[in-house]
Each structure stands twice: as structure tokens, then as C-alpha cells.
Write a protein that binds this ligand. Structure first.
Ligand code: ADP
Ligand code: MG
Length: 324
């Protein structure tokens, strides 16, 4: 099949039809009409088979995840998603695979009123790059650099389940059959915290989405803000299945180091804490206070109010190479 036939068949017809899209798929560029008084937030993420998802991941999950990981970045900065472009490299033309991939991709696009406005299609080892753009009211973005000593540290949802699913795939753990699907869905169909991100514009002093593990991503906030933080290990939100499968100590380790959670980690000053908790409770978004920012420029952990040392790391792409 010719490249443009494939594009026409799978990508040109969509439900989403935004008023601000002047020209969509089919020309050399897309044209969008940005509104005044808003900033455009732009982010790109690549998913490579065998690196970002196991090779036998269902096509529908790959389509979902390619969008979800980008929406998670938009959420972290407080943006409302609007437009995406898709650079797709496929080993071969596979009608069934593409149909399933598109189902996963467009499901999220339709839900959030996101329009696919262009892309590129090439042949090679399976790889998916999505650029997502969103809108934020002027100067309302939530940056990594805004955390202040004394701010409270919060996280949405629960941590570690996606990493547990990966361990299951790798044969390192055995998940109770009743919970297996639920846990694997956390890895394959992450739910980006799009509404939480927009709700947090008024309250959070800093935010990041959790893709590489809590310790690693908290490190980015601390570095960008020139602060340190203490994590209260007893407060980490851990699912029952995570605790039951690997025990509390390993569960804490996985919550600190496991990737792919796509929850939001954010900081809130004392005077905005109650407002934030009310806003997120009204939106039905679970949050947990898991620590506090301090001036130390280090990350520490406590349990039963005592300092404990931990030895965990987040995911790093070049950790095995000679690069320094
Ligand atoms: P060009 O050679 O000018 O880059 P292409 O033949 O690559 O054009 O693409 C034709 C049109 O289809 C362009 O508007 C492009 O944005 C769009 N397109 C190509 N691949 C995809 C894709 N995977 N998803 C969405 N749009 C695509
Ligand atoms: Mg092209």
C-alpha cells in the first residue's frame, strides 16, 4: 500500500474537528489559529518497541500509550491538550495492527477533543513519536522550578502498579489471577492526569509527571527549584495488590523507583493546601501528601518519623553506556 493511501485510510477521517484548525492533514503543513491570551505548550515523546513497551504489547495499548504519555506532560505543566502530530515508523503494512493502533489513539483524542493535524509515515523498526500541543492561560503554567522550602509534596493516584506489571511480564513476580488484568492495564493503558493538571494551575508551585520513578522525577523538581525534599515512606499510596504481591518493603521500593506511573507529583504552599485538596476532591481526583520540600538540596526518606536510607534509582536511558 502507498504511504498516502495508508494515511488517507487510517488518519484523515476523525471525529474531532476543532474550530482552531485551519488546515489539517493533506498539505505540507497544518495551520492552526492560536487564540490570544494563551500560551501554547508543546511536548514530544517517542515510544520504541522493546524499550518503552514490551515487543508483544497489543497495538491498541501502543496507540493509547503514545498519546497518554504526551498528555501526561501537558498535564504536568497545566495545559489543556489541543493538537497532535504523529511520526510513525512501521516494519510492514499490517491492516489489523493499524486498525487497533488507531482505535487506541483516537479513543483518547476524541475524549479530550484533540485533533491529529499531521505527521510522517516511514518504514523501519516500530517506533512512534507524538508531538502534542496544548493551551494554557498566560502565565498560568506550572513549572518544575517553583517549589519552595516548606511546600508540601503531593502525588495523585497510586504508585508502583505499572512497574509491578512489567515485573510480571519479566517473570519476576506472580500476580493473583483476579488482579492481573487490572495491574497490566496500569502499564498498558495509563490514564494521564489531564484534569488534575488544569485544576492545579491555581494551587501548585511546581509539578512534574512521573514517568521515570518518584525519586528520579522528584530529583528534577528539586534540581530545577534549588531545594531538597523529605519523603514520608509510610504515606506512599500503594495499592493492595502491590502490597499483597511483593510485601510492603518491596512495594515501597517499587513506588520510589518504578517507571510508567504517569501520576502527577506536585508541591503546594501551606496557604493553598486546603484549596487544592477541595478542588481535587470535587473533581474526584485522589491525592496523597507524601512529604515536604526543604532547603537541604537533598532527598531524604523517613519512616515512623525516623530517617531511613534507601538505595533505589529511577529509569535512565544511558545508564549502561560510557557517556558521563
Ligand atoms: P511531505 O512529503 O510533504 O512531508 P507526506 O506525504 O509525508 O508529506 O504527508 C502527507 C500529509 O499527510 C501531510 O499533511 C502529513 O502531515 C500527513 N501525514 C503523514 N503521515 C501521517 C501520520 N502518520 N499521521 C497523520 N498525518 C500524517
Ligand atoms: Mg513527510
Amino acid at each position: 500500500m502507498k504511504e498516502f493511501n495508508l494515511i488517507k485510510q487510517f488518519f484523515t477521517e476523525q471525529v474531532t474537528n476543532r474550530k482552531d484548525v485551519i488546515l489539517s492533514i493533506g498539505d505540507d503543513c497544518a495551520l492552526i489559529a492560536p487564540t490570544e491570551r494563551q500560551h501554547i505548550a508543546i511536548t514530544t515523546d517517542t515510544l520504541i518497541s522493546g524499550v518503552h513497551f514490551p515487543v508483544d504489547t497489543p497495538a491498541r495499548a501502543i496507540g493509547h500509550k503514545a498519546i497518554a504519555v504526551n498528555l501526561s506532560d501537558l498535564a504536568a505543566i497545566g495545559a489543556e491538550p489541543a493538537w497532535i502530530s504523529l511520526a510513525l515508523t512501521l516494519p510492514k503494512f499490517d491492516h489489523l495492527w493499524l486498525s487497533e493502533f488507531c482505535a487506541g489513539l483516537f479513543e483518547l483524542c476524541e475524549y479530550y477533543n484533540i485533533q491529529l493535524i499531521g505527521g510522517d509515515t516511514t518504514q523501519g523498526p516500530l517506533s512512534i513519536t507524538v508531538t502534542a500541543q496544548g493551551l494554557v492561560p498566560l502565565n498560568k503554567s506550572i513549572l518544575r522550578s517553583g517549589a519552595k522550602s516548606g511546600d508540601w509534596l503531593f502525588v495523585t493516584g497510586e504508585l508502583g502498579d505499572a512497574a509491578l506489571a512489567l515485573q510480571d511480564i519479566q517473570g519476576k513476580v506472580v500476580i493473583d489471577a483476579d488482579y492481573k488484568e487490572q495491574v497490566h492495564n496500569k502499564l498498558n493503558y495509563p490514564k494521564p492526569r489531564v484534569l488534575a493538571g488544569q485544576s492545579l494551575r491555581e494551587y501548585a508551585s511546581s509539578a512534574i509527571d512521573l514517568s521515570d520513578g518518584l525519586i528520579s522525577d522528584l530529583g528534577h523538581i528539586c534540581k530545577a527549584s534549588g531545594v531538597g525534599a523529605n519523603i514520608i515512606l509510610d504515606a506512599l499510596p500503594l495499592s493492595k495488590v502491590l502490597r499483597d504481591t511483593i510485601g510492603i518493603d518491596k512495594a515501597i521500593e517499587l513506588a520510589l523507583s518504578g517507571g510508567d506511573d504517569y501520576e502527577l507529583l506536585f508541591t503546594v504552599s501551606e496557604d493553598k493546601k486546603v484549596g487544592m485538596e477541595t478542588a481535587l476532591a470535587n473533581a474526584g481526583i485522589p491525592v496523597r501528601r507524601i512529604g515536604q520540600i526543604n532547603a537541604s538540596e537533598k532527598i531524604t526518606t523517613t519512616m515512623d518519623s525516623k530517617v531511613v536510607s534507601i538505595n533505589v534509582q529511577g529509569f535512565e536511558h544511558f545508564s549502561n553506556s560510557n557517556e558521563k
